[in-house]
Ligand binder design. Structure first.
Ligand code: SAM
Ligand code: SF4
Length: 478
C-alpha cells in the first residue's frame, strides 16, 4: 500500500460533507515546524507517500527561508525522480457563458449586465475545434457556465460533437469538462459521452467564506458542490479533478482543504483525484474581491511545492492565468499539465477579431497569451518534453497518474514513448521549420536517455514507430 488514507471519522462518509473548518484550523495552529520534522516530512514524500493533514501542516508552517527552499527543492526532486521531464499540453474551450449563479469573482456572474452572453452553436463549436486542431491541439477541456440550457444531455452532445471533428490530420483525442455539479444519473449521461476528467473547483473549502462570495443561484450550496465528486464516483466517473481558487481565503487553509478532499476520495473510493488545480484570482468584469487573501508570487510557488509533496501521485495543472515568467518558475515544482495558445472569448479560436481581451466577453483576464508553438519552443529550451498523450484513457488504463507513480518502469514503457510519438506528430503536421528541427533534437536526446537508462529498456519498437510517424502514419501509441 503506497498511501494510507486517514481514518474516516464516520464508518461510511460517502456523500457526506467532510470539511470541518475548526479541525483544519486546530491542526494548522497546533502543528510546529522545526527543521527536523520538516525534513522528515519531505523524506516521507520522496518515498512516495501521500502526506497526512498534520504532515502537510508542518510544511505549511515552515517559515524559515532555508526550510522553504528545502521544500521547493524536495518538490523539484520528486518531480524529477518520479515523473521526469514530460509536460502535457491542452487548451480550454468555452462553450457557453450563460450563468444563473452570482460568484463575486467571475465575469460571467448573473448580475453582470455588461457581460456579452453567448452559447456556441454546433457549427460554431465545430469551427472552434477545427481551429484548435489546426494549431496541433489533441486534448481539450470544455467549460460551461451553470444554466438550465447546459444540462447533462447538452454537455454530452457537445462532447460527442468535439470528438467527431476531424480536420486534416487533426482530431481531439481527449475531452475533459469543467461544469457545474450534477446529479448521479446526469453524471452517467456525461460519462457515456466519453469524457476524460470531470473537473470542478470547490473555490474555497471554508464554508463561512464560501457563503460571502456566492451570492445567488445553485452554487450557493457549499455542501452540494463539495459532494459533487462523490456523485461523480457513484456514477462511475473515477477520473476527477479538484481545485481551489486562491485569493478567496487563507491559502494555508485551502491547501489543507485540497488534501482533506483527496483523503476523502481515497478513503471512500480508493482513488484520489487525477489532477489538482490552483488558480489564483485574476481581474474580471465586475470583480468584487478584496485584497485580504491575495496570494503573493512567493507564497504561490511555495504552495505549489507543498501540494506536490503532499499528494505526490496527482497531476498538477498550471494555467495561463499566470504570466510566462512565473509559469517558468513554478513548473519545476511538480506541474504536469499546462495550457497553451489559450483564448477565453467564446468563438475566438476560429475568429480572432479582438487581439486584446475584452473582459465583458471573458470570464477573467489571462497573463500568458503565447501561442501553443511559442510555449513548446520554451519547453524545448528548458529541457522539457512536451506531450499530447491520451493513451491511458483510450487504452482503459484508468488512474494513469497513479500508475505512472507507482508501477515501476511505467513511465519508460508508456509515458515517455507516447510523449515522443505525439510530439513527433505535432512536429510533422503543425510546427514551423525551426521548432521542427529543435523538436527532433529533443526526441533524439530523450531516446538516448531511454537507451542509457538502467533496466535495458528496448527502444527498437519506439524508434520504428517514430519512423512510421515521419512516413505519415498517425496515432501510434503504447
Ligand atoms: N461554471 C463552472 C463553475 O463555476 O464550476 C466553470 C467555471 S470556470 C472555467 C472554472 C474556474 O475558473 C472556476 O471554478 C473558478 O475557480 C475560476 N475562476 C472564476 N473566476 C475567476 C477569476 N476572476 N480569476 C481566476 N479564476 C477564476
Ligand atoms: Fe457562473 Fe461558474 Fe462564473 Fe460562478 S464561476 S458565475 S458558476 S460561470
Amino acid at each position: 500500500m503506497i498511501f494510507t488514507p486517514e481514518k474516516c471519522r464516520i464508518p461510511d462518509q460517502r456523500m457526506k460533507p467532510f470539511i470541518d473548518p475548526d479541525e483544519i484550523w486546530e491542526i494548522l495552529n497546533e502543528t510546529k515546524a522545526d527543521r527536523k520534522s520538516v525534513r522528515e516530512v519531505i523524506a516521507k514524500s520522496l518515498e512516495k507517500n501521500r502526506l497526512t493533514l498534520r504532515e502537510t501542516a508542518i510544511l505549511i508552517n515552515a517559515s524559515d527561508p532555508d526550510l522553504i527552499e528545502e521544500i521547493k527543492e524536495g518538490a523539484r526532486e520528486l518531480k524529477k525522480r518520479v515523473y521526469g521531464n514530460r509536460i502535457v499540453l491542452f487548451a480550454p474551450l468555452y462553450v457557453g457563458n450563460k450563468c444563473t449563479n452570482n460568484c463575486k469573482y467571475c465575469g460571467f456572474r448573473v448580475s453582470n449586465k455588461e457581460a456579452i452572453r453567448k452559447t456556441l452553436s454546433d457549427g460554431e463549436l465545430i469551427k472552434e475545434v477545427e481551429a484548435l486542431e489546426d494549431n496541433g491541439q489533441k486534448r481539450l477541456i470544455l467549460v460551461y457556465g451553470e444554466h438550465p440550457e447546459y444540462n447533462a444531455e447538452y454537455i454530452a452532445h457537445t462532447v460527442r460533437t468535439v470528438y467527431g471533428v476531424k480536420k486534416g490530420p487533426g482530431e481531439i483525442r481527449r475531452v475533459n469538462i469543467n461544469a457545474a455539479p450534477l446529479e448521479i444519473e446526469d453524471f452517467r449521461i456525461v460519462k457515456e459521452a466519453g469524457i476524460g476528467t470531470y473537473q470542478i473547483f470547490q473555490e474555497t473549502y471554508h464554508p463561512g467564506a464560501y457563503k460571502t462570495y456566492h451570492l445567488g443561484g445553485k452554487k450557493r450550496n457549499f455542501e452540494y458542490r463539495l459532494t459533487s465528486l462523490d456523485r461523480a464516483q457513484e456514477a462511475g466517473i473515477d477520473d476527477v479533478g479538484i481545485g481551489a481558487l486562491f485569493g478567496l481565503y487563507d491559502w494555508r487553509f485551502e491547501v489543507m482543504g485540497l488534501v482533506r478532499h483527496t483523503n476523502h476520495l481515497e478513503a471512500c473510493y480508493q482513488v484520489g483525484p487525477h489532477t489538482i488545480s490552483f488558480p489564483r484570482i485574476k481581474n474580471a468584469s465586475k470583480l468584487e474581491i478584496g485584497k485580504d487573501y491575495t496570494v503573493s508570487d512567493e507564497d504561490f510557488a511555495r504552495l505549489v511545492a507543498i501540494l506536490r509533496l503532499a499528494v505526490p501521485y496527482t497531476g498538477m495543472i498550471l494555467t495561463a492565468r499566470e504570466n510566462p515568467a512565473l509559469r517558468h518558475e513554478v513548473i519545476q515544482f511538480g506541474v504536469s499539465q499546462i495550457d497553451g495558445g489559450t483564448k477565453l472569448e467564446l468563438g475566438s479560436y476560429s475568429d480572432s477579431i479582438n487581439e486584446h481581451q475584452d473582459l465583458n466577453r471573458e470570464q477573467f483576464e489571462i497573463s500568458d497569451n503565447r501561442s501553443l508553438n511559442e510555449i513548446i519552443d520554451e519547453l524545448f529550451e528548458n529541457d522539457y518534453l512536451p506531450s499530447f498523450c491520451t493513451a491511458c484513457y483510450r487504452r482503459g488504463r484508468t488512474g494513469e497518474h497513479f500508475m505512472e507513480f507507482s508501477v515501476p518502469g511505467f513511465i519508460k514503457r508508456f509515458c515517455s514513448p507516447n510523449a515522443m510519438l505525439t510530439l513527433a506528430e505535432y512536429l510533422e503536421d503543425y510546427a514551423p521549420a525551426d521548432t521542427k528541427r529543435k523538436g527532433w533534437e529533443v526526441i533524439s536526446k530523450n531516446l538516448k536517455d531511454l537507451d542509457e537508462s538502467p533496466g535495458n529498456f528496448n527502444t527498437t519498437e519506439l524508434k520504428n514507430r517514430l519512423e512510421r510517424v515521419k512516413a505519415g502514419e498517425r496515432d501510434l501509441y503504447f
